[in-house]
Design a protein around this ligand. Structure first.
Ligand SMILES: NC(=O)c1ccc[n+]([C@@H]2O[C@H](COP(=O)([O-])OP(=O)(O)OC[C@H]3O[C@@H](n4cnc5c(N)ncnc54)[C@H](O)[C@@H]3O)[C@@H](O)[C@H]2O)c1
Ligand SMILES: O=c1ccn([C@@H]2O[C@H](COP(=O)(O)OP(=O)(O)O[C@H]3O[C@H](CO)[C@@H](O)[C@H](O)[C@H]3O)[C@@H](O)[C@H]2O)c(=O)[nH]1
Length: 470
């Protein structure tokens, strides 16, 4: 097996006829199905959630993901949505598992849905079949799945199990799938490698071919590296606040070093989403189950937990306590470009603000439905930024949606009771915010006109001289 090579376009005849089924029509399953259909495949998507399937069959898209709707629309003839997985699995040649693997309280993940799909495949499949696990699963799960299918197959069929982790990001999922930097294939047979390469040939992307355990570890190691990078820059931002350095300049300066890279160096209120927090905890728990303490990962998790309260802490230093204060929250989704609020720092903060007696007004262009389902009458959901900030005592920014980035700064001053804006994503230029009359706090940047403050280690300046300089 090669460790790395490039997919080549094969004859359309071969790949168009492959019978593909995807289990789970969430962010990963639906985007994968749409992209495969766009390459000419016919794909059956199965989900236990009958409402999702009904919506999809009615022409609606159950999630907000830019570019997904037109992709599904133009490939509708090649996409089938069903709840009857047995019928789908019976004749499938490739089954991709893309069901959820949510976190458990001890940091490990719940694999019930993955095992349920495997059980149903074992009972139903009537022809040789390749099972590709796209869900993020602990190292060793693919090997267990292969043993399980071999032992429990009801019919005389051969199963090949492949670990095929997914690396798409929400908000850019379609592009990430069509132009992925690599496709990781964890295989234990030449046949599995050949079928997967045939499947992905129309994408013409680089492959990393390895064993199943290494493929599973690549997924965790990649995500947790990103979590470490974010926690590191957030800690540097905290030290910038103490020393008077500017995190934006620092991130630019270190990011220009190609060994470090500019991406994932945006300081803020910490990472959220359904993956980075879950996967950092899961990798820590996995190592711990072998008696190994992953100290760097623990530190990243700990820093992230503290970072998410930064805005409330900063606001408190201006307004004291939140009782009866009107707080505008801009952004509920864990990042722009998605309606997903899983592990969003905004949600944890909204909960705390409500508990502390604040009147909370939330704006988000995609995730308000989740907010109102979660908090009901305890918050006011606003369709515009203006409505959220009108008469507010403080505005907290959690998500750098384009509408926030482009918002006229003068409107804060005009509409708020007190123009106190605490920005968790460094959306605005500090000098411009001050010029617009805002009391503006952000992450890791000195306020307009000078340093935030100096730590006890900094030299004290008197009449232009430095005492005890270093
Ligand atoms: N969301 C991402 O950006 C992303 C990216 C890469 C990897 N992942 C991983 O991919 C997996 C899926 O993530 P997601 O965000 O797409 O999840 P999701 O929760 O959006 O979707 C999972 C879907 O699986 C369905 N399902 C559950 N049990 C089923 C069964 N027995 N048969 C058929 N369908 C079933 C659910 O109803 C749901 O619609 C997770 O392991 C996640 O860690 C997610
Ligand atoms: O410089 C940065 C970059 C991101 N974030 C935050 O980190 C979180 C996660 O962002 P991102 O990684 O872009 O979103 P996800 O869609 O969760 O994607 C991650 O998780 C997926 C699921 O496993 C992987 O497939 C992707 O490769 C991986 O980037 C969000 O809250 C961001 O606001 C920062 O705070 N600073």
């Amino acid at each position: 097996m090669s460790t790395s090579d490039y997919g080549r376009k094969r004859s359309i005849k071969v790949w168009k006829t492959m019978n593909i089924v995807i289990a789970g029509t969430g962010y990963v399953g639906l985007v994968t199905a749409a992209c495969l259909a766009d390459k000419g495949y016919s794909v059956t998507c199965v989900d236990v959630n009958a409402e999702k399937i009904r919506l999809l069959n009615d022409g609606a898209i159950p999630i907000y993901e830019p570019g997904l709707e037109p992709l599904i629309e133009r490939n509708r003839a090649r996409l089938r949505f069903a709840t009857d997985d047995k019928e789908a699995y019976r004749e499938a040649e490739v089954i991709m598992i893309a069901v959820g693997t949510p976190p458990l309280p001890d940091g490990s993940v719940r694999l019930d849905d993955v095992w349920e799909v495997l059980r149903r495949i074992a009972l139903t499949a009537e022809r040789d079949c390749l099972v590709a696990i796209k869900s993020t699963v602990p190292v060793g799960t693919g090997d267990e799945a292969a043993r399980f299918l071999a032992e429990h197959a009801r019919h005389r069929v051969r199963f090949d199990v492949v670990s095929n982790p997914e690396f798409l990001s929400q908000g850019t999922a379609v592009r990430d799938t069509l132009q992925a930097p690599r496709i990781v294939l964890g295989v234990d047979s030449d046949r599995a490698e050949r079928v997967m390469k045939e499947l992905y040939a129309p994408f013409a992307l680089p492959y990393v071919v390895t064993d199943r355990k290494s493929a599973e570890m690549i997924k965790y190691a990649a995500n947790v590296f990103l979590a470490l990078k974010i926690s590191y820059i957030n800690e540097i931002a905290n030290v910038c606040e103490l020393t008077g350095a500017d995190i934006e300049a620092v991130a630019e300066g270190i990011g220009m070093d190609p060994r470090i890279g500019r991406r994932f160096l945006r300081a803020g209120v910490g990472y959220g989403g359904s993956c980075l927090p879950k996967d950092a905890n899961a990798l820590y728990a996995l190592a711990a189950s072998y008696g190994y303490s992953l100290k760097t990962v623990w530190a990243a998790i700990d820093v992230n937990e503290k970072q998410k309260w930064k805005l409330i802490d900063k606001a408190r230093s201006h307004i004291g306590d939140f009782r009866n204060q009107t707080v505008a929250v801009l952004g509920a989704a864990f990042k722009p470009g998605t309606d997903d609020v899983r592990e969003s720092p905004a949600l944890a903060n909204i909960e705390r603000l409500i508990a502390e007696g604040a009147n909370v007004r939330v704006w988000d262009p995609a995730a308000l439905g989740h907010v109102s389902r979660r908090f009901g009458d305890a918050v006011v959901c606003c369709q515009t930024i203006e409505n959220a900030i009108r008469n507010a005592d403080v505005c907290l920014i959690f998500t750098e949606w384009p509408a926030v980035l482009q918002f006229d700064l003068g409107r804060y001053k005009a509409l708020m009771n007190t123009p106190l804006v605490v920005d968790g994503r460094n959306c605005y230029d500090v000098q411009q915010a001050a010029a617009a009359g805002l009391i503006y706090e952000s992450i890791g940047r000195p306020p307009a006109g000078g340093a935030l403050g100096v730590s006890s280690h900094a030299p004290v300046t008197t009449q232009g001289e430095t005492e005890g300089g270093r």
